[in-house]
Write a protein that binds this ligand. Structure first.
Ligand code: NAD
Length: 239
């Protein structure tokens, strides 16, 4: 356990996820917010507010949490490496080159990047892998539903679950995507054979679950040596 509160840099602080993280952190004595970074100035109590071009002026911090965009993501990764502090990032849409940069940084610092910080999805990922290994000949389909503003399909989470199925049985599933109304996120991993069907379903109803999961992961990552970490393995090492 950290003797003192873990001093955080919250990067992407004015966004929906950044705001949810700052709200949940208010009641969490394990952490103190040392600085926030946002494109637009932000009132953040005692914490320093950094503009994108002033990230290097950040006061000392022990760990960064990033929910921003692929371009600013690189700046916070660079800063964490320079300062030798861990990074938790949920920024989606990062490129293969940026994934490789995460691998390189992981030689020096603990790094956790995850497209989904829901604890339920982390368990679903592990369970899907095991079911796929137990029923390798059954048909497997992943059906996901999201709000109409979501452009990418299948979702990053569906692909994450698909990779788990592939690990379990040596080949991936088929995918189907629905875009309707204001659905926060639903994922069904369906295994089907003649005469029976097994469905594993996760429904998200609030974005706070992602902020909560990222904060729990940050507390664990702060205790780890340098390396690249996965959310499910970090939170549920036995699964
Ligand atoms: P948002 O559009 O509400 O927020 C984006 C944030 O990035 C804003 O605060 C913006 O000011 C900030 N930003 C932009 N340029 C910046 C810069 N140069 N320096 C610092 N900050 C900058 O989006 P959101 O809904 O909060 O999502 C943020 C990211 O997190 C997206 O990539 C989204 O897909 C992802 N996300 C991940 C998870 C997960 O569980 N991994 C869950 C939800 C969202």
């Amino acid at each position: 356990m950290h003797p003192d509160p873990i001093r955080l840099l919250v990067h992407g602080a004015s966004g929906r996820m950044g705001q949810a993280i700052l709200r949940l952190l208010r009641d969490d004595a394990r952490f103190a917010v040392a600085a926030v970074a946002a494109r637009t100035p932000l009132a953040a109590g005692e914490a320093a507010c950094l503009a994108p071009d002033a990230l290097g002026d950040a006061p000392d911090f022990d760990l960064a949490i990033d929910f921003s965009l692929p371009e600013p993501f690189e700046a916070v990764l660079r800063l964490c490496r320079e300062r030798r502090v861990p990074l938790v990032s949920g920024t989606t849409g990062i490129s293969a080159a940026q994934q490789a940069a995460l691998d390189t940084a992981a030689l020096d610092i603990p790094v956790l990047w995850a497209p989904n910080f829901s604890l339920g999805v982390a368990v679903l990922e592990a369970v899907s892998r095991r079911v796929a290994a137990a029923l390798p000949d059954w048909d497997c389909d992943i059906v996901e539903a999201h709000h109409t503003r979501k452009r990418d399909a299948p979702s990053g989470t569906a692909l994450l679950l698909g990779a788990a199925v592939e690990t379990g049985r040596g080949r991936g599933p088929a995918y189907a995507s629905l875009r309707a109304g204001d659905i926060v996120g639903e994922h069904t991993v369906q295994f089907a054979s003649t005469g029976e069907r097994l469905e594993l379903v996760h429904r998200a109803t609030s974005r706070d679950i992602f902020a909560f999961g990222a904060i729990q992961a940050a507390a664990r990552l702060a205790e780890q040596p340098p390396g690249r970490y996965g959310f499910a393995a970090l939170m549920f090492p036995g699964l």
